[in-house]
Design a protein around this ligand. Structure first.
Ligand code: URA
Length: 428
């Protein structure tokens, strides 16, 4: 019979990999309360330093999935395909993509979490819509997926509950930033959700969770391999997150921009990422359709409206608007914007009230930042580059502090850099 101290020492010393049986035992014993939180924390720290090899990671993710229920979506009369983003600033792609891909014939079961820190959460954004509710029962999820094809809702407590406990430990022990622990955390939830195919948007750059490209690639490769090992057809795109995606950063303001995009007037950078992700999702679902046509005909917008109504929301209701607005970040000279730092803008939106510091904090639906100009655009000296929005004007000073140094203006236009950097596919 394994014992946890032996497992901790084996990982601490990098002496040998853990066996499948030891990992299965560990999770079962942790669930029974026979392994204490401090012992699990010590093991997580040993993994942070010494990693998990491919076989350990497969068993680790399998144990996380087996800790809860696995949704069975096989009765849905459409191919299932989902997308997951590692999180970025102004990343409202899911709001457009889920109804867009559903309107082409797929079922998109997007079970999501909430935002933490400078990147916003999809559920927080949708909750800005009057009446919209994030929680659905499993039978409501199945029914909506069959009818509308798209569901964006809160992942229930039954999906990979071990991840919830482990993430809480990692959060307070400095062990979040580990590729195998992040990969198993994200993929255990996506695999348990029951989707047959998955496209991952792994962001890299100042506003991303993985700022470093090499680490982002390692995470993408690890997640693609885990997906394939668990029979989920998986691809990953590594995309640039150095400046905000689109114009709006916040909750209601991002919903508004997503609707504008579904009407066919979305900003170029947002649409570039959305269409590439849609093409890969449709390819994995085996559907031959043009996502641009789904926007052009209004089909994607109609699916969005159905999706919102199915969860009690009124897609035509006015969205909350902040009581105060103030322009900021004046261009220091005339020239072309070569940098508008995503992390700084995300932090400003967060300080205005759009995001939360702890997971129990409320968010303001109306707070946020609107970019008035973006990299590649010409500005004249003194021209404000962002507009800050908040209900509490006392928040403007801290938001402006976050924006110090966020802007670079150059005498020449910056070289265009594609947003999609690399595609990672499963090795055959
Ligand atoms: N998101 C997750 O779901 N898990 C992690 O470990 C990190 C980001």
């Amino acid at each position: 019979m394994p014992d946890v101290i032996t497992l901790i020492k084996a990982k601490r010393d990098g002496a040998r990999p853990l066996t499948d049986e030891e990992i299965r035992w560990l999770f079962a014993a942790y669930a029974r309360g026979e392994v204490a939180d401090e012992q699990m924390s010590a093991l997580l720290m040993a993994i942070y330093f010494n990693g998990l090899d491919a076989a350990e990671l497969r068993a680790w993710a399998a144990a996380m999935i087996a800790s809860g229920e696995r949704l069975d979506l096989t009765a849905i009369p459409r191919p299932t395909v989902d997308k997951h983003s590692t999180g970025g600033v102004g990343d409202k792609v899911s709001l457009i993509l889920a109804p867009l891909v559903a309107s082409c014939g797929a079922a998109v079961p997007q079970l999501s979490g909430r935002g933490l820190g400078h990147t916003g959460g999809t559920l927080d954004k949708l909750e800005a819509i009057p009446g919209w509710r994030p929680s659905l029962t499993n039978s409501e999820i199945l029914e909506t997926l069959g009818d509308t094809g798209a569901v964006i809702c809160a992942a229930g407590a039954g999906l990979a509950p071990a991840d919830r406990r482990l993430y809480a430990l990692r959060d307070v022990t400095g062990t979040v930033e580990s590729v195998p622990l992040i990969a198993s955390s994200i993929m255990s939830k996506k695999i348990a959700e029951g989707t047959a195919a998955l496209v991952l948007d792994v962001k890299t750059g100042s506003g991303a969770f993985m700022k470093d490209f090499t680490k982002a690639r390692e995470l993408a490769e690890t997640m693609v391999r885990l997906g394939e090992e668990h029979h989920v057809r998986t691809r990953a795109l590594i995309t640039r997150m150095d400046s905000p995606l689109g114009w709006a950063v916040g909750n209601a303001v991002e919903v508004e921009e997503a609707v504008t995009a579904l009407r066919g007037d979305g900003p170029a950078d947002l649409m570039e990422v959305t269409f590439v992700l849609a093409e890969h999702m449709l390819a994995l679902a085996g559907i031959d359709a043009d996502p641009r046509a789904a926007i052009g005909t209004g089909r994607a917008l109609r699916t969005y409206q159905e999706m919102i109504r199915a969860q009690g929301g009124d897609p035509d209701a006015p969205l909350p608007r902040a009581r105060h607005a103030e322009q900021a970040l004046a261009a220091p000279e005339s020239g072309w914007i070569s940098r508008l730092d995503a992390l700084a803008v995300g932090t400003a939106a967060w300080r205005l009230g759009a995001g939360r510091a702890r997971k129990e904090d409320p968010v303001s639906p109306s707070a946020g930042v609107i970019c008035l100009a973006k990299p590649g655009e010409y500005v004249t000296e003194g021209q404000p580059v962002v507009e800050l929005r908040a209900d509490d004007p006392g928040r403007f000073a801290a938001a402006k502090e976050a924006l110090a140094g966020a802007l670079t203006v150059s005498p020449q236009p910056p070289a265009a850099s594609p947003l999609v950097i690399e595609l990672i596919e499963a090795r055959q």
